[in-house]
Design a protein around this ligand. Structure first.
Ligand code: ZN
Length: 292
């Protein structure tokens, strides 16, 4: 099917809500490869990202890829891995592409991963790249936390002094990217969420139970939650473990050894701390719940 026709179908399916035509995966990979020093076009294409019916404000496709454990498991625990919810944190996107390569060849990891390497493509591809999306909204302040209505705007005005980089948007879920991420959480039912950022050089955690103390060179330092943040929404309100990895530099990649240690420690922590697979008598119940 010609790409233009395909794009037209996606636009129709999405209710024609996008002002710009929806780019194809190959066009998106071309743009990502040109923007990121550590991800080439070929690597992006080979990662076999799946297109959805959703698009960013500027019509960039919101892409994801699922990785299943190779060993047979009835109900593997699920982990949602997000890169680049802030568009000017280049390393946060590049490192997720690196980890996708690992997942591709990983024989023994036990989880079902859903990976979204670039959650804010308009911010990343902007000229210059911006933390916010194309509407100038900080997507990590746009999630529907119960305190959003009462606190988000007040927090922005009084605590950030109307910092444009932290604008939470006119309403919770005002942005197509945030709505799509929420839909991913609702459809995929993750047991944990990992969101990669930069440049604070720490490990942050929201959610139940004891936080991890360090993953590789990233040590625990809890930064607190904000009205509309993912950690607040999924960690505090939904009670899911939300791991926030803050790489130390937005424009410089961790060394391969550093990124490998972070990945390895995180995998060990998830294995030790996520609930085990449900016993066999519960699996049918869980399956029927999943199909709701
Ligand atoms: Zn960030």
């Amino acid at each position: 099917m010609p790409a233009r026709l395909l794009a037209g179908l996606f636009l129709a399916a999405a209710g024609g809500a996008h002002a710009m035509p929806l780019a194809s995966v190959s066009a998106a990979c071309q743009a990502l490869g040109e923007r990121l020093g550590s991800v080439d076009v070929q690597t992006c294409l080979q990662s076999d990202l799946q297109i959805t019916q959703a698009a960013s404000v500027n019509g960039q496709p919101l892409l994801y890829r699922d990785y299943l454990p190779r060993s047979r498991r009835v109900a593997p625990r699920r982990v949602l891995l997000l890169g680049g919810i802030h568009g000017d944190e280049f390393s946060a996107v590049s490192v997720v592409f690196q980890w996708m390569k690992r997942l591709q060849g990983e024989r023994f990891q036990p989880f079902h991963w859903r990976v979204i390497p670039c959650a804010n493509p308009d911010g990343l591809l902007g000229d210059p790249a911006t933390r916010m999306n194309a509407h100038g909204v900080d997507l990590n302040r746009n999630f529907p936390t119960p305190d959003w209505k009462a606190d988000a705007m007040q927090y922005w005005e009084q605590r950030t002094h109307r910092d444009p980089r932290r604008y939470p948007g006119p309403a919770a879920l005002s942005e197509p990217e945030t709505r799509w991420l929420l839909q991913q959480i609702n459809d995929f039912h993750p047991d944990a969420i990992v969101s990669v950022h930069a440049p604070y050089g720490v490990l942050d955690y929201d959610g139940p139970d004891e936080p991890p103390t360090r993953f590789g060179y990233l040590h625990l330092h809890q930064l607190g939650t904000y009205p509309g943040s993912l950690g607040n929404y999924a960690g505090v309100n939904l009670g899911l473990p939300v791991i926030t990895l803050e790489l130390p530099h937005a424009g410089i990649m961790p060394t391969p050894a550093q990124s490998q240690r972070v990945w390895g420690d995180m995998l060990s922590w998830l294995q030790a701390n996520l609930p085990k697979e449900p016993p066999i008598y519960l699996r049918l119940t869980e399956k029927s719940w999943e199909s709701d």
